[in-house]
Design a protein around this ligand. Structure first.
Ligand code: GAP
Length: 444
């Protein structure tokens, strides 16, 4: 994880938030390559969940919601972690994450000092809206994006004439006052989620639950993730969230071990039932194709962390490879083997020399490719070093412009994973790259 963190910072993927003030725990900033990578991961998910499904539509709901939302959802009452503090060293722990013997003996696992009693700690960030800071002005930063979907479900049925089964997808920020935020961007206080809520007829929920598990697994396969680094974990009765009848996590083998990446939950009619009760609004679905049958739909949820997906994709892509080069047999390269659809830069254009018109020709090629791809241009230093820099950024294709390019209009196209090079007429470059992206299969 140290290597990943340091590469992420060095190459401008992720920086610590407010670093010049000593950093802000639980918050991170996404630099030039990081924001591109994050946008692409979000784009891939959005395409998968909306464009490829005729019956799933998108939504972008506000982060600030009516505070009754969180009473109805159960978060005010139930969204808590058990917490203990050390009276001596002031460290704070989640009671369920320290050894039982320490808890029983009330002994700090760090310094041996005395621990406080366990108390419930609500993870929602609470603030005030408007000029008065009283109980009437309390408002929460949303701890999950899902509730914005539930409160809009009737609006969407009406405006878009949706028929069950149908889904609503959303990507957005969520906030949790996490007690433990180690492991880089894995668990943070401010993060992004990619959630899809699928509304189904009661009685069909288990079938759809199985179907969505299948689809979410296939999605990661399509992204070229190492499938032996993924596994399912079914929640036991003591792990189930207050809203769930059944839940499976997709876990990934991160450098610190197997950890949750995404959850698929059968939330039953819990959420819509509670919103009916708390809002007094009728949230039943009316099935016009079935004698106006009325029911509260069941909800199957797929809930992935966008920022956690970024960490997973970064870890999964990270590789160090020994590459034999002329007279330099022990040369190593660090390479990020991102799927070309996700790589922050798709193609880098490199003139072999700055002089003799090669730089100008390379700039012209870049100007043409810019319309179709995220490009980079680099003319500084030896060509081998420039390839290494692009490998480290995960750029799948490099185009090198050399003296032959001036004569016959061809350039070399270099592939990141195999480091092979082919000569391609520059007029065919864009189409060739498109073809290579479509045919991409991860081999290493
Ligand atoms: N709407 C259901 C829900 O929020 P969750 O299991 O609490 O379920 C879903 O969260 C996903 O959101 C997790 O699988 C994880 O990827 C991401 N996530 C949750 N808490 C996070 C945190 N503190 N930092 C980063 N990602 C987080």
């Amino acid at each position: 994880m140290e290597k990943i963190t340091s590469l992420a910072k060095r190459r401008g993927f992720v920086y610590q938030s407010s670093e010049i003030y000593g950093g802000q725990n639980g918050a991170w900033d996404y630099g030039p390559l990081g924001v591109e990578l994050k946008n692409r991961i979000a784009g891939a998910w959005w395409k998968e969940m909306t464009r490829l499904h005729d019956n799933i539509v998108g939504l972008d709901a506000a982060i600030l919601m009516h505070p009754r939302t969180w009473e109805a959802s159960g978060h005010v009452e139930n969204f808590t972690d058990p917490l203990v503090d050390c009276k001596k060293c002031k460290s704070r722990f989640r009671a369920d994450q320290i050894p039982q013997e320490n808890l029983t003996a009330k002994k700090c696992p760090d310094c041996g000092g005395e621990l406080t009693d366990t108390r419930k700690f609500n993870l929602m960030f609470k603030t005030h809206i408007g000029p008065a800071e009283d109980t009437a002005s309390i408002i929460y930063l949303r701890p999950e994006t899902a509730q914005g979907i539930y409160v809009n479900y009737k609006n969407i049925i009406q405006s878009n004439r949706m028929k069950i089964p149908f889904g609503i997808a959303q990507i957005g920020k969520a906030f949790r006052n996490e007690i433990v935020t180690k492991n880089f961007i894995f668990r943070t206080c401010e993060f992004e989620q990619m959630e899809m809520q699928y509304f189904v007829k009661p009685g069909t929920d288990e079938e759809w639950f199985a179907e969505w598990r299948k689809q979410r697994w296939a999605y990661y396969e399509k992204l070229g993730i190492k499938m032996d680094h993924l596994r399912w974990h079914q929640h036991g009765p003591d792990e189930l969230a207050h809203y769930a009848k059944d839940a499976y996590d997709i876990e990934y083998l991160f450098p610190m071990g197997w950890r949750e990446l995404e959850g698929v939950h059968n939330r039953t009619d819990y959420d819509l039932g509670r919103h009916t009760q708390f809002s007094g609004k009728d949230l039943q679905y009316i099935d016009q194709d079935n004698n106006n049958e009325r029911y509260i739909p069941y909800i199957i949820e797929t809930s992935a962390g966008l920022t956690r997906n970024l960490l997973m994709i970064f870890c999964d892509a990270y590789d160090e490879e020994q590459v034999a080069e002329k007279g330099n047999d022990d040369d190593w390269r660090t390479v990020l083997r991102f799927h070309p659809d996700l790589a922050p830069v798709t193609v880098a254009i490199l003139p072999l020399m700055k002089k003799d018109g090669l730089a100008e020709l390379a700039q012209d090629i870049r100007a043409e490719l810019k319309e179709d791809y995220a490009t980079d241009y680099d003319q500084a230093g030896a060509i081998g070093r420039r390839y290494r820099r692009q490998d480290e950024a995960g750029t799948p294709f490099c185009v090198t412009v050399d003296y032959q390019s001036k004569e016959d209009g061809t350039v070399t196209l270099r592939f990141r994973d195999s480091m092979e090079q082919v000569r391609v007429p520059k007029a065919e470059l864009s189409a060739r790259i498109r073809q290579e992206i479509k045919a991409y299969k991860r081999t290493k």
